[in-house]
Design a protein around this ligand. Structure first.
Ligand SMILES: [Zn+2]
Length: 143
């Protein structure tokens, strides 16, 4: 096994499961890997029997919140105008939103694709979103 899975940091993502999004319950086992791509490891929840892809190297790696919720929260930022306002509107802690922004910036291509595919955002809207998110880029020092 070339992939070391840290199951302690993972959770079941089946909303009907007792262990939904609960970390460290010991309900997860490593499942089969498919293909030779080591980024596509899987793990299985023994309580509900569902298995999930480990999105290593993705903006969603080790993120316990549903992908769509992350995207929806980020998509609200330009409309809400600030992290604080978005935190108030969504109930997500502002540090968490800040973390998600950094993840999105680090995986910009993936995030762009997800905004389009999962939220069906038009590309102009995604561009507006990136212009907003870029304000939080730690590497942006241009005047
Ligand atoms: Zn489960």
């Amino acid at each position: 096994m070339g992939v070391k899975l840290d199951l302690q940091d993972l959770a079941c993502h089946n909303p009907e499961c007792l262990a939904y999004l609960v970390v460290g319950m010991g309900n997860l086992v490593t499942g089969s890997r498919y293909g030779s791509d080591s980024t596509r490891a899987r793990y299985t929840c023994v309580l509900c029997g569902k298995s999930f892809a480990l999105t290593r190297g993705s903006m969603f790696y080790r993120l316990h919140t549903e992908r769509e919720a992350v995207l929806r929260t980020l998509a609200q930022l330009p409309t809400q105008g600030s992290i604080r306002a978005t935190a108030r509107a969504t109930g997500v802690h502002r540090d968490t939103i800040g973390n998600w922004i950094q993840r999105a910036l680090a995986h910009r291509e993936e995030a762009t694709q997800q905004f389009g595919e999962m939220l069906h955002m038009p590309s102009e809207e995604i561009q507006v979103l990136w212009r907003f998110l870029e304000h939080f880029s730690p590497t942006e020092h241009d005047p």
